[in-house]
Design a protein around this ligand. Structure first.
Ligand code: CP
Length: 305
């Protein structure tokens, strides 16, 4: 494939190749091979119109470990503030010879538009409420390395499904790889049209306590208050009581089950601090795996040697 705009771009064989390649990248890093020459002479542009900590830094680290030249573009402080369009920004980057553009944008579909204007590969690093495919890949990688398989794995994705690009990409990727996904949250955050659109691929439940005992993975989503109207989210205390993962709820999980969160977290809202920092939590591991997975994505898209 040339671009990674959606987890739907990946069939099972391609997704598995990315996860296996990420495993090889991680093994090399574990053997103290800090830098590979694979993308020497290639240029990767990180084009971030929305804030990011994990994704932006790990794409930069991934590209540098593959010896690519990296240009970091942040909308803040650029000519975007003077009204320059995404198209004109893209054409400027194209003129500077970008081999890959990694884009985060508040508008759903921005990576698809960008792919019409640049010759290089486009990687979606999160577009609005639409998708975040490399997050889904690093989540799948983490599940496979912790639990040994994805096929048949029971994964509960919990919380603000409505606004979550992470949930959407995970549903697409995990079901492609044979996992059984259940979406859990209040009806206001899994409205009927969203549930119907995802119904062919997933189950939906409004009762977290009922789902936990039969889950191998529980993935807590950030409550995205910045994207919400009051009607979606009446009270933080009520939300936390019904859908927050605290220590008592975590004990309902099977012994082997893991707790995930893509970050950034609202500690004390969707996840209790004791749960986030517990041995069952893979939150820090997910961040570390993100570098290997993004190395694999850049390597495979750019035909690294
Ligand atoms: N998980 C994730 O996308 O985090 P950032 O917003 O910090 O990149």
């Amino acid at each position: 494939i040339k671009h990674l705009r959606s987890a739907a771009d990946l069939d099972a064989a391609t997704a598995t190749l990315i996860l296996d390649t990420a495993g090889e990248m991680a093994a090399l890093s574990g053997r103290e091979v800090k830098k590979l020459p694979a993308l020497r002479g290639r240029t990767v542009v990180n084009l971030f119109y929305e804030d990011s900590t994990r994704t932006r830094i790990s794409f930069e680290a991934a590209a540098k470990r593959l010896s690519a030249d990296v240009i970091n573009f942040s909308a803040k402080g650029s000519s975007v503030s003077k009204g320059e369009s995404l198209k004109d920004t893209a054409l400027t980057l194209q003129a500077m010879g970008a081999d890959a553009v990694v884009i985060r944008h508040s508008a759903s579909g921005a990576p698809h538009r960008l792919a019409n204007w640049v010759d290089g590969s486009v990687v979606n690093a999160g577009d609005g409420t639409h998708e975040h495919p490399t997050q889904a890949l690093l989540d799948a990688y983490t599940m496979r390395s912790r639990l040994g398989r994805l096929d048949g794995l029971k994964v509960a994705i919990v919380g603000d499904v409505l606004h979550s690009r992470v949930a959407r990409s995970n549903v697409l990727l995990l079901t492609t790889l044979g996992a059984q996904v259940t979406l859990v949250g209040p009806p206001t955050l899994i409205p009927l049209d969203v549930a119907a659109a995802l119904a062919e691929k997933t189950q939906v439940s409004y009762d977290l306590d009922a789902v936990l005992p039969d889950s191998d993975v529980v993935m807590m989503l950030r409550v995205q208050t910045e994207r919400m109207q009051d009607s979606y989210f009446p009270s933080a205390r009520e939300y936390s009581r019904r859908y927050g993962l605290d220590v008592a709820r975590m004990k309902k999980l099977p012994e082997h089950a893991i707790v995930m969160h893509p970050g950034p977290m609202n500690r004390g809202m969707e996840i209790a601090p004791e749960v986030a920092d517990s041995p069952r939590s893979t939150i820090v591991e997910q961040v570390a795996n993100g570098v290997s997975v993004r190395m694999a994505v850049l390597y495979l898209l750019l035909g690294g040697k």
